[in-house]
Design a protein around this ligand. Sequence first.
Ligand SMILES: Cc1cc2nc3c(=O)[nH]c(=O)nc-3n(C[C@H](O)[C@H](O)[C@H](O)COP(=O)(O)O)c2cc1C
Length: 367
Amino acid sequence: MNKEQALLKDYTMGNLKLKNRIVMAPMTRSRANNPENAPTDLHVEYYKQRSSAGLIITEGSQVSKKAVGYINTPGIYSKAQVEGWKKVAQVVHEEGGKIFIQLWHVGRISHPDFHNGELPHAPSAINPHVKSFTPEGFKDTVTPKEMTIDEIKLTIQNFKQTAENAMGAGFDGIEVHSSNGYLFHQFFNKCSNIRTDEYGGSIENRARFLFEVIDEIKKVMPENRIGLRFNPSMHGVSGMIVDEETIPTFDYIIKRLNEYDLAYIHLSEPFTNVSKVPYAETHIAKRYRTLYKGAIIINGNFDQEKGNKIIAEEFADLVSFGKLFISNPDLPERFAQNAELAKWDLSIFYTPGAKGYTDYPSMLNRT
Ligand SMILES: Cc1cc2nc3c(=O)[nH]c(=O)nc-3n(C[C@H](O)[C@H](O)[C@H](O)COP(=O)(O)O)c2cc1C
């Protein structure tokens, strides 16, 4: 493969050798439409097709029944789920790829329909006023139940247990989904966390849940196989609102992560234009490059040119691509050849079956 491009150069992440700097971003595809919400042979095929990525990060996978918030998303807490994931990890390794699983808890983005009528759990009882993707279609979110200390401790243990399950399933590592308006993000931001105990109030308290989760997870797996995902300037999406303490909270978290030997932090540039949003940071990679000494994966609307540029400029070490990987299973090869890219079809991102999932051809298979 042509190694001239920055994206195509290999990279050593901790003790893991990646064949290029092209990461497949985690993407929910809602194909685990079976009673166990276990990965199937279709998942095996989908990830196999994309194993030329330097690193695959799987779709968000719930850490418990309570963590779910979308239809047909896989978990990693039950035996059947672990068995399904084993086949995925195995095939990616057979193809010479590397794969982390994303561990997920949606918190208040869930809906009572997923919990026999009981309320979703969140740091505080504040409705995000967005939509939840339920078995009966999109529904308004509700006011969640404020988690008790015992429920917080149990959730921390769920992350620890599923990290252990992930290592047992043969994954190279895990990514904690501490991003995009879900449970961890709900702890970080004041718009969703008005707790007055040790998990709310100060910046340090709002970050506590994350650090307790990492400290538990590293008891069952190597620290340098743990990745964390953040979207500091997410605003007006999934109920998140940036305020004067948001960026200082992420600064605090990310600086403190220098005390750990993590695989990486995975950052998103703002999903929306936040240039006029007070207190938002418009240049995430640039800001956090100076604050964090470890590996940075950057994400958000990158293409080949922008990806090569940001690595060459050294604001990030790797770039993750989402939608481009849906429609271009052999994305690294296409970048190497400067080949044409296929367009994705939004209408079949989350529909069951092979259509829009495993039927995007690679260049070699095109007729
Ligand atoms: C269909 C779809 C599903 C997604 N699911 C997840 C997910 O499970 N976990 C996550 O962290 N991000 C998820 N995202 C966000 C992507 O990882 C990525 O941040 C976003 O698509 C922007 O990157 P891109 O411009 O390269 O597509 C999803 C995005 C899409 C399009």
